[in-house]
Design a protein around this ligand. Sequence first.
Ligand SMILES: [Ca+2]
Length: 510
Amino acid sequence: MTKQTRREFLKTVGFMAGSAAALPILQSCASMSQITGRKQPSIIFIMTDDHASHALSCYGSKINRTPNLDRLAKEGMRFDNCFCTNSICAPSRAVILTGKYSHINGVTDNRLKFDGSQQTFPKLLQKAGYQTAMIGKWHLKTDPTGFDYWNVLPGQGTYYNPVMIEMGQRKKYTGYTTDIITDHCLRWLKERKDDKPFCLMYQHKAPHRAWEPGPEHLTMYDDVTIPEPETLFDDYSNRGRAAKEQDMSIEKTMNDRDLKFVAPKNLTAEQKRLWDAAYEPKNEAFRRANLQGRDLIRWKYQRYIKDYLRCIASVDDNVGRLLDYLDESGLAENTIVAYTADQGFYLGDHGWFDKRFMYEESLRMPLLVRYPKEVKAGSINNDIVLNLDFGPTFLDFAGVPRPDDMQGRSMRNVLRGKTPRDWRTSMYYHYYEYPAVHSVKRHYGVRTKRYKLIHFYFDIDEWELYDLKKDPNEMKNVYNDPAYADVVKKLKPELKRLRKEYKDTTDTPV
Ligand SMILES: [Ca+2]
């Protein structure tokens, strides 16, 4: 650089540094990486709806194989203690986008609309020069904001022949939604300008209720019996009213659509032919068997879990297509690929389907993160991480400072295998949607590595304590056991501290 050009350069930089108005112009012209010479990673955030970690073979599933998703675990990090702060669809999504608890971001339950004018991590990435896209299930009632491109299912969307809203325009597609969402993602990846880093939110409807498998998987598992969970016939003894009074049991809550006694309404003639060919013989055999009692529950469990796993098989195939494209295009090396679900789910555990409770199966989220430059292949992490942390983590990798009002913390050092000494050792949870579908009572609580303390409130005032080491299935509430009096004495102030830290002043105080 000659003296003159250096002087001109400094003058230009000086002008820009002194002018806040120049920053957006700068950012619209070039990505941060072009300015700084540092190559920011691209980000693909893959999220499914209701995929529990115990239905991923890399998490030791006893009921299915997920070879493509397992690639992310083999080539990246598997998180064994990733939890959501409010185990239900829209609230978890709002927490992920904002890095803030439900009582701060406003979406405490599924019935509320997300305020899209608020700060989100995609907006911050977009401002920092990232191309941003949101494709698939959005489920936040208001239009997506902070994305250069969006194409989303309205509300829950359908499994077959979906309507999608592309930048405000409704279009109808023919085919299976899990395939169609992936097609849109691949098209967007291929057509985008490749001079900027990108953040793609690739979000599936599957495997949400009513678990409608794709045409290629309708008869998968027909010849096998899926193992039952240990707690399928749980009678909820040694627990409180909340577990006894829910309405999400395989025995009583499942309807004809869930159980495939009625076909989806919007199938094409060919799709309907395949559907009927798959289900009618099975339904006929069921009618002939005239099952009762436990045999009927067992049959319902098999019907439910096979359909759920068939939907996951399609997700796995499609994630494989995306990973293959990243390999072929050379994008894999500098792209962070994260896989998660908005929460966990009951796979017949405690006799249930659905989520909501702070119990393990629905509290835990699968989380796999691959980023060859910083994450050791095949690593496993046991730290308590939360959906609250995802946004701050992506911002950190992009070199964007975390705004002070985000409540989560960057997991970048955790991903590098260097967990900070002051990393959290407890997490705070709060579920609100009651009275409502499935009748899971309002509750909040604290979980440490070993214990979980829950307070059910509103039309009830009951405490539960679980020793997860001695009782991993949470079958015995030891809150009133004198042997655990000291644990309660320690956890109650911790719960109070967390509520204060996260500014949760809702409901009855501890
Ligand atoms: Ca969900």
